[in-house]
Write a protein that binds this ligand. Structure first.
Ligand SMILES: NC(=O)c1ccc[n+]([C@@H]2O[C@H](COP(=O)([O-])OP(=O)(O)OC[C@H]3O[C@@H](n4cnc5c(N)ncnc54)[C@H](OP(=O)(O)O)[C@@H]3O)[C@@H](O)[C@H]2O)c1
Length: 333
């Protein structure tokens, strides 16, 4: 193999907002493969909010990336060399190969992509971890019933866009919360939500009330902070809140102080955090349904694609600030 391997490593742990100088692009020798291994040329890298947690050494559900280690992340790509009987040269795969051009695998945690109905990049978004997160979080934890109102924050994003569309497929009223008029319009006009509130317009409570005349039965939480606190005031008795993410809080030094926790008690709410990795057994059913829905146009998705590995840090920082519009990817080829 002639090309060098480029990778982005963690240069230092950020305090507060992550900066480009927290990352470093390094060139290494091309990886060699041994028996049972294969070499992947990554085509797309997925950028996900959880990566901000991996940059920190605060206690979490997985261990942090070490200083000098390549940033963790999922990629899709093509096998260019193989010494593993189950994976041939030319196979398309998705796996945890990190922020780098080439990765070495042995099959563990690697998924072959055989269905050519949708583009490869979608297997990092709606047909990858974010799509499964939306499916499991909404259906298993949120347990929406036909006719109920489901609200989701970060509604134009990878997880949120799927949540609202799955809610519609299950006969619910879907209401999004998104930042800015363009995202709000997209959520209603392209994704088919019943309504969407632009939280940046400065009328969150009034607009949420208007968009949810019957209150809220399921709130799929992606952002935390003031939005979570405001939605709590609108919850119906016995409502469910799958806590998927708290992106507004990942980069702050002073966490937001919740004021409306009383709603959990008086409304007998069920608030449940979840991590998609704990629900692996549901992955095949989720991917089967999502593949069908994407193929027949019932679930739509959108991507923001940064060009080249070197653009990953800036694109990642942009994702944490809401600059992405749909699934954030980096094209590596
Ligand atoms: N529990 C799990 O297993 C699991 C798995 C995957 C993802 N997640 C979580 O799910 C959430 C969505 O992830 P994703 O991959 O789909 O990302 P995404 O929604 O595609 O992108 C992140 C979005 O978050 C919104 N955002 C950023 N800062 C915000 C703020 N201060 N206040 C309100 N909204 C803000 C922005 O949308 P606006 O412009 O609309 O504000 C931004 O576009 C994240 O919290 C993530 O950590 C959890």
């Amino acid at each position: 193999m002639s090309e060098k391997n480029m990778q982005i490593v963690l240069a230092r742990r950020p305090t507060g907002a992550a900066r480009e100088s927290d990352f470093r692009l390094v060139e290494t020798e091309a990886p060699e493969i041994g028996d049972g291994q294969f070499l992947i040329r990554n085509h797309y890298l997925s950028l996900d909010p959880y990566m901000r947690g991996r940059m920190s050494d605060a206690k979490s559900y997985v261990k942090p990336v070490e200083i000098g280690e390549a940033m963790a992340g999922e990629t899709v790509g093509e096998i260019v060399e193989s010494r593993n009987a189950d994976f041939k040269k030319g196979d398309k795969v998705a796996g945890p190969f990190g922020w780098r051009l080439y990765g070495v695998g042995n099959g563990e945690g690697v998924r072959k992509i055989e269905d050519a109905r949708v583009p490869l990049s979608a297997h990092l978004g709606v047909l990858g971890m974010p799509g499964v997160t939306a499916y499991v979080g909404l259906l298993d934890i949120g347990q929406p019933k036909r006719g109920e109102t489901v609200v989701v924050s970060a509604a134009s994003g990878a997880v949120g866009s799927a949540v609202g569309q799955i809610a519609k497929i299950h006969g619910c009223r879907a209401v999004g919360i998104a930042g800015g008029p363009e995202k709000r319009r997209y959520v209603v006009e392209q994704l088919g939500f019943d309504a969407c509130v632009d939280y940046k317009a400065g009328r969150l409570w009034e607009d949420l009330k208007e968009a949810t005349p019957g209150g809220i039965d399921v709130y799929f939480e992606n952002v935390g902070g003031e939005i979570f606190d405001t939605v709590l005031r609108r919850m119906n008795p016995f409502g469910r809140i799958p806590v998927c993410g708290l992106i507004s809080q990942y980069d702050v030094t002073e966490p937001y102080g919740m004021k409306n926790v009383r709603s959990i008690l008086v409304n007998r709410l069920r608030v449940q955090g979840f991590i998609v990795f704990d629900h692996q057994s549901r992955r095949p059913a989720a991917l089967k349904d999502l593949t069908q829905w994407v193929s027949d146009g019932r679930v739509k998705y959108r991507e923001t694609v940064a060009q080249g590995l070197e653009s990953a840090p800036a694109a990642f920082i942009g994702l944490l600030a809401g600059k992405n519009f749909g699934k954030q990817l980096v094209k590596l080829i």
